[in-house]
Design a protein around this ligand. Sequence first.
Ligand code: 13P
Ligand code: SF4
Length: 376
Amino acid sequence: MEEAAAATAAYAVQESCSLDHYLSQPDHTMDERIALARARLGTDVILLGHHYQRDEVIRFADYTGDSYKLSKVAAETDAKYMIFCGVHFMAETADVLAKPWQQVILPDLNAGCSMADMAEIGQVENCWDALERAGLTGDLLPLTYMNSTAAIKAFCGENGGLVCTSSNARGAFEWAFARKSKILFLPDQHLGRNTAYAMGIPLSEMVVWDPYQINGGASTDRLRAAKVILWKGHCSVHQRFLPEHVDHIRRERPQMQVVVHPECRWEVCQKADAIGSTERIIDVIEKAPEGSSFAVGTEIHLVNRLAKRFAPLGKEIITLDDAGCLCTTMYRISPQHLAWSLENLIAGNVVNRIQVDEDVKHWARVALDRMLEVQA
Ligand code: 13P
Ligand code: SF4
């Protein structure tokens, strides 16, 4: 009898912790469960939320921010568990920066980043080998955007380079140019191009490396002449903002300011009034006088949240395009996944732990430490 009761109880615990159980419940039923679990776990847990997260999730975050700010928090916190409401590369970064006794959880492992997937370590090594054969690596420093795998960050660290985010890309370029005359920038060609151009490097001194073409699709002469070699990667969300969208706003709403993320294409950034990371976009709007209006070129959850937050202050905020661009992978983190991760922690289970291999960690940490020294 007792055995049967124990088995039933064990089954009930298992059942209540299984993801399917959570996914079959509506969003709003998770609120109380998340709040209760957070209260029970106390300071053992911190919840980090990227600005692109949906409202039902980000409202529970202890810290919200862009990837630079959140990686700084990850490097400084002493909480035993970090629950990262963001995407895979952010959780990997937190694990690299974590102390040995800390654990990082990504509530849904499907929350990846299509841009980070556009550069694989094998392709990057092949690129480097080709550049070495062309005699170019002596003058070259690899620099990767945060939106990349830990293995690519480690590659950069081991080859004298570093990581940057959209908020300190310029400082990272300056850091690199103080040491070498050329940069290989991975994996976002747009952030690389926008940053280099803003520093006065003409487009003619940049070349795109296409990992699916022989020799990157560029002649050795072009590669030799270039100051910046841009990996052919992009963000599928920001790619959707077009110069025509800016023209439309200028025509229809001439008072409106256009603020865009540097993952947008160069042609869009050139027409914008301001360019910046998610944190900077918020800052620009915050500091603007009452009555200002903005068309914003970034992920729709952040745009909608800003519109709601600033409407009572007399500021109007709309998306730059006509539909709104959604990051479907950021959207994977649901209140159900969050409640599931938290309640499992209470039950003593660490689910969806993100763990970077020890041999990758060392050099990735070197590259990230260099990044943290470069001011945003
Ligand atoms: P941040 O500007 O917040 O660093 O954003 C970049 C991003 O692409 C998150 O995926
Ligand atoms: Fe990746 Fe773009 Fe989504 Fe950021 S917005 S996580 S770069 S796909």
